[in-house]
Design a protein around this ligand. Sequence first.
Ligand SMILES: Cc1cc2nc3c(=O)[nH]c(=O)nc-3n(C[C@H](O)[C@H](O)[C@H](O)COP(=O)(O)OP(=O)(O)OC[C@H]3O[C@@H](n4cnc5c(N)ncnc54)[C@H](O)[C@@H]3O)c2cc1C
Length: 406
Amino acid sequence: MSHYDILIVGAGHAGAQAAIALRQNKFEGSIAIVGDEPEIPYERPPLSKDYLAGDKPFERILIRPATFWAERDVAMLTGKRVVAVDASAHQVATAEDETIAYGTLIWAAGGSPRSLVCSGHDLAGVHAIRTRADVDRLMRELATTTRVVVIGGGYIGLEAAAVLTKLGKKVTVLEALDRVLARVAGAPLSRFYEAEHRAHGVDVRLDVAVECIIEQDGRATGVRLADGEILPCEMVIVGIGIIPSVEPLLAAGAAGGNGVKVDAYCRTSLPDIFAIGDCALHANGFADGAEIRLESVQNANDMANAVAKTLTGNPTEYHAVPWFWSNQYDLKLQTVGLSIGHDAVVLRGDPATRSFSLIYLKQGRVIALDCVNLVRDYVQGRALVVERKSPEPAQLADTSIALKEL
Ligand SMILES: Cc1cc2nc3c(=O)[nH]c(=O)nc-3n(C[C@H](O)[C@H](O)[C@H](O)COP(=O)(O)OP(=O)(O)OC[C@H]3O[C@@H](n4cnc5c(N)ncnc54)[C@H](O)[C@@H]3O)c2cc1C
């Protein structure tokens, strides 16, 4: 049986950064990363952006080249899936019938795409966008695709819609709620993106329910809506969120549910087991201490950095400022803070100029900004979020006043 001082489960953003940061912090013990995908760690954001567009080859989205891991003596156990954890024996078992022993376990297994529950959800031509394999499979079908239906108006669905529209496909976006990005952004941002997509020729449908995917010869040929309308298409993309990959940990007795619960040091309730990244359910200070999971590169990297410090003799709590970005067409959205629970939104600038910000307030204090093509506000607004400033809304809206002056 192999043994590693630190075993990392999940070869994604969080797992890769944990190994990088451990070596940066002079950890000299043995490290292995076990991941169920065949690839060494790569960046996921380009999967719905430049990689999908065919503008970046796979080698350019690797988090580090293969030589990096070998040079730092990080064992890459790719193509292996951990199916069970024995916390008291300090061992994991893989689907490939291997047992691996560890001193400390870092669970960084992310999540898997939520699938539709209606009939036809698993037909050929129905795709998720989570892994390189998903996107390669989808891209192979593009040559024979003219019409695409995207189910879910979140960031991934909208980014894919933007890329596919640019590639000349006729795209329809179906959103169950009354606006796109409803879970993550304020209404003015939703309305702006809906208008942008429509201006690019995307058919954005709100408040719609999907009845089923229609089949012919084993392939998806359309989407039937609850009102009976049929949208013919050759491809369906489903972007309706993820389910955190934590079953083996929960089965081993870890506290959790929608993710695995961690404390301020990213420790789970099981001995010597940490959890980081998309799967870690944590109390976040930028959400007033509410228990949430964040699905972002920032959260994956910063949790990994905190755990690496803790494991190298410098106990470090995770308190990083949340940030996120999304690219659609020529629009670069940058977000800082968390808008969850906001009770007011200030519009700064004119959306018609395609360069503006939304500033979210809770009880008068700034909790988040969404900045569209406006790096300056994003950079300067960060301090308002960190310090929870409470400037006058009229001042926030006044573009003649730089945010750093507030
Ligand atoms: C298409 C797309 C676009 C995105 N765009 C952005 C963006 O613009 N900005 C941003 O900040 N974030 C973006 N994100 C989110 C960001 O990529 C994630 O938050 C980040 O990847 C989380 O890192 P992670 O390590 O927690 O999980 P992941 O990167 O998902 O890595 C987890 C890995 O663990 C593997 N795994 C799962 N279970 C097991 C198991 N039992 N055994 C072994 N291996 C296992 C998974 O297959 C996966 O390889 C995007 C995500 C996607 C999918």
